[in-house]
Write a protein that binds this ligand. Sequence first.
Ligand SMILES: C[S@@+](CC[C@H](N)C(=O)[O-])C[C@H]1O[C@@H](n2cnc3c(N)ncnc32)[C@H](O)[C@@H]1O
Ligand SMILES: Nc1nc2[nH]cc(C(=O)O)c2c(=O)[nH]1
Ligand code: SF4
Ligand SMILES: [Mg+2]
Length: 210
Amino acid sequence: MSYAVKELYTTLQGEGAHTGRRAVFLRFAGCNLWTGREQDRTEAVCTFCDTDFVGMDGPGGGRFADAEGLAAAVEREWGHTRDHRYVVCTGGEPLLQLDTALIEALHARGFEVGVETNGTQAAVPGLDWICVSPKADAELALRQGNELKLVYPQPLAMPERFEGLAFDHFFLQPMDGPTQAENIAAATAYCLANPRWRLSLQTHKLIGIP
Ligand SMILES: C[S@@+](CC[C@H](N)C(=O)[O-])C[C@H]1O[C@@H](n2cnc3c(N)ncnc32)[C@H](O)[C@@H]1O
Ligand SMILES: Nc1nc2[nH]cc(C(=O)O)c2c(=O)[nH]1
Ligand code: SF4
Ligand SMILES: [Mg+2]
């Protein structure tokens, strides 16, 4: 199948357990919880999104006809070094498009493959790192993985709802937006009181990289 890609770029993973790790970000276009249009935001299932995932017009973006072509573009973006290759599939919602053919083509080029997902879709087999970020009004289909990264606070998705699930790491990530300062304080207080949860700051925003 073909893939609609918003952008493809190299950066440091800014969030969660792999914070600071060099990665190619493969941002798929489209999401099932918001159209991406500002006029639809208040009516969306997910209302706080910080990302433009509409269209294929970003750096390195476009329509890729097949898995080989997209994996080759990821490899070109990474550069020639063979070690520690890591690609983070995000979006939009990557599990609407990511499939076995693409994971195999990326593995064949020596990449570990991570995903950032809202958890509403089943995962494709073969992923090396699964980060699920549940959204209050969306049913969670993907209930196990490597890290659960909850944007905080979401009144209908408080941490207690998730801490029994089968994840290795539990992160609270303060919601960016007009109340960010309060959200950082609240997330900090929660982690101090509940040591199972760690704080995930969006470090790429702090240092001004994408
Ligand atoms: C843009 S989403 C794309 C992947 C997938 N759709 C998801 O929601 O997990 C990437 C990450 O950013 C987080 N995120 C989105 N908007 C945010 C905000 N305003 N503040 C903090 N984190 C946010 C998401 O929860 C998710 O963990
Ligand atoms: N540097 C950086 N790290 C990230 N981790 C998750 C991100 C995402 O948008 O999925 C993200 C992002 O947009 N940039
Ligand atoms: S589910 Fe992810 S990509 Fe979709 S609107 Fe929410 S944060 Fe944005
Ligand atoms: Mg982001």
